[in-house]
Design a protein around this ligand. Structure first.
Ligand code: F6P
Length: 326
């Protein structure tokens, strides 16, 4: 028989190698439990009618779907019962969510069902999360941490069953779900240097609404690279991590209806952009915003702050960053 190393064994060994406590392991067990349960609901969602609209709107003004609520409830349950989380920031909740404010050790920023336009089709969505740690050596200095202060960040592609986790200074690792719902077989992910597999990924429908310099950059690069877009960050970024290239969600500044402009971008800094930026950095890549500022350097001012995002292979990020910085 052939046995693959489980995620839990991998993370246990990592903690022991670095002489760390088991608190992080306990938190990761909670996140994995939540992801598996969401995976289960998603797989049977179409059958059981869980993929439709509820009819209400969330804090971002988007329609809430049944699966969004299910995923939120599951995640909050497990984060609460593990006892290690002080506060959480979730895509579904306007305010910071207090969990174990006295005894907790970590801040968790998450979107447990990202890529909602794919939900009603049962197509891939993501569970994205970033983890920061309480200041154990002095007074707490705030709950909204910049990406550079995350200790780990990860994403599940649901229901595909892949899990990618980046650990601070310890690389980006990919796991696959097995037949008994264990995430197994760690493989370190590094962005490929060979440009032949590189891809560009962005919503082509928005292209003419991007800044002129971004449009010009795309026009030059698109002759060289393939184009792919799924419409769910975890899925699109998963491809970029494997094949190399650039995922971007630029600012919308030239929309024919000015009310639809999004000069600050669409994606959320804390639980979308900073998560993939952290994963990307540990895999040898980089990420910047519309001003060419590194995503991981941006100090969030509010939990649901938006940002433009350019993330992927370092040479492409450096190239577009130079143009964005003017
Ligand atoms: O913010 C949620 C999200 O669904 C991301 O997962 C995805 O990358 C993006 O929005 C897709 O947006 P659009 O439908 O505008 O291309």
């Amino acid at each position: 028989m052939r046995f693959e190393q489980t995620f839990m064994n991998f993370i246990l060994q990592h903690q022991e190698r670095h002489n760390r406590t088991y608190h992080f392991l306990i938190l990761m067990d909670a996140i994995i439990s939540a992801a598996k349960r969401i995976q289960h609901y998603y797989l049977t969602g179409a059958l059981k009618g869980n993929l439709g609209l509820v009819g209400s709107v969330n804090v971002q003004g988007e329609e809430v779907m049944r699966m969004d609520q299910i995923a939120q409830e599951i995640t909050i349950h497990y984060l609460g019962s593990c006892g290690r989380v002080i506060h959480a920031v979730s895509e579904e909740t306007k305010e910071i969510i207090p969990i174990n404010t006295e005894g907790g050790r970590y801040f968790v920023y998450f979107d447990s069902l990202d890529g909602s336009s794919n939900v009603s089709h049962g197509l891939p969505v993501g569970f994205l999360f970033g983890i920061a740690k309480r200041n154990l050596d002095g007074p707490e200095d705030g709950h909204l941490r910049a990406g550079k202060d995350y200790r780990a960040a990860g994403m599940f592609v649901i229901p595909t069953g892949t899990f990618t986790l980046a650990l601070l200074d310890s690389g980006t690792w990919r796991f696959h779900i097995d037949e008994i719902m264990n995430f197994v077989k760690p493989i370190q992910v590094m962005l490929p240097e060979d440009t032949r597999s590189w891809e560009l990924s962005f919503n082509e429908a928005n292209r003419r609404a991007f800044a002129e310099r971004v449009q010009a950059w795309i026009a030059e690069k698109e002759r060289k690279y393939a184009f792919r877009y799924l419409g769910a960050l975890a899925g699109d970024f998963h491809r970029i991590l494997s094949n190399g290239g650039l995922f971007m969600y630029p600012a919308i500044v030239n929309h024919p209806n000015p009310e639809k402009n999004r000069p600050k971008g669409k994606l959320r800094l804390m639980y979308e952009a900073a998560v993939v930026a952290f994963i990307c950095r540990e895999a040898g890549g980089d990420a910047v915003d519309e001003a060419g500022t590194p995503i991981l350097e941006i100090q969030p001012e509010e939990p649901h702050q938006r940002t433009a995002l350019y993330v992927g292979s370092k040479p492409l990020v450096d190239d577009i960053a130079q143009i964005l910085r003017g």
